[in-house]
Design a binder for this molecule. Structure first.
Ligand SMILES: NC(=O)c1ccc[n+]([C@@H]2O[C@H](COP(=O)([O-])OP(=O)(O)OC[C@H]3O[C@@H](n4cnc5c(N)ncnc54)[C@H](O)[C@@H]3O)[C@@H](O)[C@H]2O)c1
Length: 433
């Protein structure tokens, strides 16, 4: 009789003697490592970036949701260690993979990071290890891509090793819901895989949601993010509709939101950004194209959302026109360039398009963002300017793209010569006072 790895791993989870490996120590991996350490586990982080590994080992966090003081506490207690030595991947009992899943230039899934992480794990696979993919991806990745790579070892899934998909749902900057109190969906290749991996996460995550397969778990994540992309697209289209009808879209949304059932409030804005909403639905669209099905909602939402920077830039053109000015040579101050409020991430931020379009028209663009001191994208290099009444007064037009909480919107509303507010930040703050 071989060893009962399922029982051994569940016991190790209960006694907190399991070693937790986290592959990819970014926005997802580092908060997970911190929660696992908080739960009493020893954590070994593996990352291909030397800079990330060195910083983690020095207790310096590059992720806002994990303050350096917290990380340093775990590092000095020996609870979290980082490495780029691939041979150590054979040590952990659980290996959670949280590497990037971007899109290629042609907007197809770029699964190369998941592939190379899987191959690295497979090269050191030993009996009694559990693997979880956390990266957002198309349905089928865990079973069709990871499983064969791991089974090349001759080990059997469900008894020698365990494999599941469990989507990360982290919402950077969200103070209320973080890794620990966001329910975690887990879909194992076999029921034993689900049981083992649930036991290993249970000490760190409050609520576990088992589903019957990795495909169900993969699709859960894609449904969540497609739901957001589509609803943001719908409400952005409503902003365009209201603009054409001369109706205030925010008044309509606030009124609709008084309905106590059957309506969920989404707000319009400059478009969508970040690593998830603009990208993830394309993973599903790509998979479905291979099955000869066109996911129309995803396409339409993507189209509407990506047109929003142009819609708002057109508003700037009109605002300047009201003052008898052209965009060429006008001073335009962009407030907020992160893709959403109170975070320091500009990946896929619609602000990049807004700045590019305004510069293309000859506008003299400057920006203020309390989280981003320097902005280098598409050949544009700008530094954040301090925000004071004089800076606001000097601009021919102020465009609020991201509504960071720290900005004094009353002052901006008072001092701006003309204002384009893609987030309704000035009026909303005034209403709340
Ligand atoms: N950022 C979010 O808000 C968020 C939320 C939910 C899900 N996700 C998903 O989680 C995944 C990770 O996203 P992220 O934002 O944490 O990315 P990230 O870029 O912040 O971090 C990824 C890390 O993985 C490392 N890495 C790359 N290839 C590697 C390899 N082969 N082996 C080891 N390390 C490797 C990188 O150096 C980097 O440190 C993506 O699939 C993303 O879609 C992200």
């Amino acid at each position: 009789m071989g060893r009962n790895w399922e029982q051994e791993l569940i016991a190790k989870a209960e006694q907190r003697t399991a070693l937790i490996g986290v592959v990819g120590m970014g926005y997802v991996g580092l908060p997970l490592a911190a929660e696992m350490a908080e739960a009493g586990f020893q954590v070994l982080g593996y990352d291909v970036s030397r800079r990330v590994v060195d910083n983690v080992n020095k207790g310096i966090s590059h992720v806002l949701d994990v303050p350096s003081e917290r990380l340093a506490r775990f590092v000095s207690a020996g609870r979290i260690t980082a490495t780029n030595d691939e041979t150590r991947l054979g040590e952990p009992d659980l290996v959670a993979i949280a590497v990037p899943t971007p899109l290629s230039k042609t907007r197809d899934p770029d699964i190369s990071y998941v592939l190379s992480a899987t191959e690295a794990v497979a090269r050191h696979l030993r009996p009694g290890q559990a693997m979880v993919l956390e990266s957002t991806t198309y349905p089928g990745t865990t079973r069709e891509l990871m499983l064969p790579a791991l089974e090349k070892s001759g080990l059997k899934v469900g008894s020698d090793f365990f494999l599941a998909f469990s989507p990360e749902r982290v919402d950077p900057g969200n103070r209320r819901f973080q890794t620990r109190n966001t329910p975690k969906v887990i879909g194992g290749i076999t029921p034993a895989c689900t049981r083992v991996i649930m036991a290993l996460y249970a000490p760190a995550i409050e609520t576990m949601v088992p589903v019957s397969s990795p495909e169900a778990a993969e699709l859960t994540k894609l449904l969540e993010n497609t739901f957001r992309a589509v609803n943001i697209g719908l409400v952005n289209e409503m902003a365009i509709v209201c603009d054409k009808l001369g109706v205030d879209v925010w008044e309509v949304i606030d009124a609709a939101a008084t309905k106590p059932f059957g309506f969920m409030k989404f707000t319009p804005g400059p478009g969508v950004g970040g690593h998830c909403i603009p990208l993830d639905p394309h993973y599903l669209a790509w998979k479905m194209r291979a099955l000869n099905y066109r996911t129309r909602f995803i396409e339409v939402a993507g189209e509407v959302n990506s047109q929003m920077p142009e819609f708002w830039v057109d508003k700037v053109v009109h605002a300047l026109n009201e003052q008898g000015k052209a965009v060429r040579g006008a001073g335009i101050l962009v407030l907020g360039i992160a893709y959403k409020k109170d975070i320091d991430d500009i990946r896929e931020s619609p602000a990049i398009d807004v700045v590019r379009l305004l510069q293309g028209l000859g506008g003299q663009v400057s920006y203020h963002d309390p989280f981003i001191a320097e902005f280098k994208e598409d050949g544009i290099v700008l530094s954040s300017v301090p925000l004071d009444p004089a800076t606001v007064r000097k601009a021919d037009c102020v465009v609020i793209v991201t509504d960071h909480s720290a900005v004094d919107y009353a002052m901006v509303g008072r001092e701006a010569r003309s204002l384009v507010d893609t987030r309704h930040a000035v009026a909303d703050r005034a209403k709340r006072r």
